[in-house]
Design a protein. Structure first.
Length: 432
């Protein structure tokens, strides 16, 4: 009898352990979780459980006393993580407040085998109205390769806003005065006909407004240039890039791959660097250029590369090549924060300084980098020294101005009058 009682107590303890060991229901994470939603916006819910599989999910909406199940699923595949997507387009809800309830159940033995349940309730607002946009600046004049500024007001808080041009996006940033400031470019790769920028604003509920930006866009002529690649250049420069282009068998093939494949890859990195920007203007006045330097190549030069009398490549030069003395100290063109300071492919040793609102300056081919990421610099502070790293043929500085990671005409930014007319006066007039 004693043994039977002992076994009974052990079984009872084991059962209690199984029942009580896990009383935690699944974790519920909802995206987006802004409190505002439109009927057609997809909602993604991730359910996860540390000890058991997910059994089911039930989603309901409640408005006053009314409740409606809008989504239900039982999971046949055993997994401790499940993801579902649904929307509210068939709920018949009108604009205004409602509650969203999500109930998730796991496969635990708790509740006599029915599992643990987690219930989460969100106070939500159904919003079907897209934001309205009111442009506060006059229509700008904009030449191909250059930048302009626009200021506008929005009727509500937004998730994303800025100027879209095909695949390119120039973000806008909300300022202390309540307006959104946006710098945007007429990139070199666009023709006059294809340049059709529009302001895009997506609110917290996912409603989107698009409106064309009226711009007095103008063409600008750029030079053509021929570069002859010598055996001496190939033999001295290219062996260092063997690891970057391992499939190339000759120095000439290595050079062409660097100038194309590695260049394209580096341009993707610049787009990513372009996102590391402050939401306000960090700079003031005209930008400073490398002192006592001669211009060796211009922004927008259409370059044809020749080798032994044969054309081997064609590229557009996207910055200013400035030559001074060897290893000349390089001043920061204006106030900002260092967001990149390391070698990058064709650019060699590269420093990028952020000036806010997506505007950045680029300094490449450096022999020495004298700053690090996070450093706050003032106009004229030394960033490093000129050199021949990357694809540079001789000691010089490749100086670039970027907007959202896209290189634009640097010469503009050395001109105090251009900055006043194109950027600062326009933004000041918008906030009056």
């Amino acid at each position: 009898g004693y043994l039977m009682a002992l076994l009974f107590l052990i079984a009872l303890g084991g059962g209690a352990y199984l029942f009580l060991n896990d009383l935690d229901g699944p974790q519920i994470v909802m995206i987006p979780d802004t409190g505002r939603i439109s009927p057609h916006q997809d909602i993604q819910v991730t359910l996860s459980d540390a000890k058991h599989d997910i059994r089911s999910i039930t989603v309901s909406v409640r408005k006053r006393e009314d409740a409606l199940v809008v989504f239900e699923r039982g999971f046949t595949s055993a997994s401790p993580i499940q993801k579902v997507t649904f929307n509210l387009k068939n709920t018949g809800l009108r604009d205004g407040p409602f509650q969203l309830e999500i109930k998730a159940r796991d496969t635990a033995l708790a509740g006599f085998g029915s599992g643990n349940v987690t219930t989460k309730v969100w106070d939500m607002h159904l919003d079907t109205r897209p934001p309205s946009i009111k442009v506060r600046t006059t229509a700008p004049a904009l030449r191909r390769g250059s930048v302009t500024a626009i200021a506008y007001a929005l009727s509500e808080e937004v998730d994303t806003t800025g100027i879209r041009l095909g695949e390119m996006f120039f973000p806008a940033f909300r300022q202390a005065n309540g307006l959104y400031y946006c710098f945007f470019a007429f990139p070199l790769k666009y023709s006059l006909e294809a340049f059709t920028p529009e302001i895009v604003a997506r609110d917290l509920a996912g409603n989107v407004t698009r409106t064309r930006v009226i711009v007095n866009a103008m063409e600008r002529a750029y030079r053509s240039d021929t570069l002859t690649i010598s055996d001496r250049f190939l033999d001295t420069k290219m062996p260092a890039f063997t690891a970057l282009v391992p499939t190339a068998s000759t120095n000439l093939e290595r050079y062409v791959k660097m100038n194309n494949e590695v260049r394209a890859d580096n341009e993707k990195t610049l787009l990513e660097i372009g996102r590391r920007t402050a939401p306000n203007i960090l700079w003031s006045g005209a930008f400073q250029r490398l002192p006592r330097s001669a211009v060796k190549a211009n922004f927008g030069d259409n370059r044809t590369y020749m080798y032994n009398g044969q054309k081997i490549d064609h590229q557009t030069h996207m910055g200013l090549d400035l030559a001074s003395v060897a290893h000349a100290p390089i001043p920061a063109a204006n106030d900002g924060t260092v967001v990149f300071a390391e070698p990058l492919g064709i650019y060699g040793n590269l420093v990028v300084v952020d000036h806010g609102l997506g505007l950045q300056t680029l300094y490449s081919h450096l022999s020495e980098i004298m700053v690090q990421v996070g450093d706050v610099v003032k106009k004229g502070d030394t960033l490093g020294r000129t050199g021949t790293t990357g694809l540079a043929g001789g000691d010089h500085l490749h100086f670039g101005v970027m907007l959202a990671g896209i290189e634009v005409q640097p010469i503009d930014w050395f001109d105090k009058k251009w900055i006043k007319n194109t950027i600062t006066d326009r933004l000041a007039a918008a906030s009056r």
